[in-house]
Design a protein around this ligand. Structure first.
Ligand SMILES: C[C@H](O)[C@H](O)[C@H]1CNC2=NC(N)=NC(=O)C2=N1
Length: 94
């Protein structure tokens, strides 16, 4: 079982561009793109990283943006798994 992080720990460890949605017990970031299909491609790549980590975000694909939300359902909150995958998603988007 992963250890749930508290708000201060999350704040300290959040990768660039991500925020803590404490009410939802999630971390989230909306990635912006120059085209809709670029966002779709990012979501596909994110899915691959998620499968690799066996840790799966909720993703909403919109017009030239993809909102990604992460929490660890098994633990009931945000854990290091979420922080780590968020960092890898930032690398994917760069
Ligand atoms: C059984 C459980 O669903 C699996 O261990 C994995 C699958 N992907 C997952 N993804 C996320 N975000 N949280 C989980 O707790 C999780 N659990």
């Amino acid at each position: 079982m992963s250890d749930v992080l508290d708000a201060d720990e999350i704040a300290d460890e959040l990768p660039d561009g991500w925020h803590h949605d404490a009410a939802a017990d999630e971390i989230a970031r909306t990635f912006e793109f120059d085209s809709y299909l670029e966002g779709v491609g990012f979501a596909g790549g994110a899915g691959g990283l998620a499968e690799e980590a066996f840790h799966h975000p909720t993703m909403t694909i919109g017009w030239r943006e993809v909102e990604v939300r992460l929490t660890t359902h098994d633990a009931g909150g945000v854990t290091a798994k979420d922080i780590n995958l968020a960092g890898r998603l930032n690398e994917l988007a760069d």
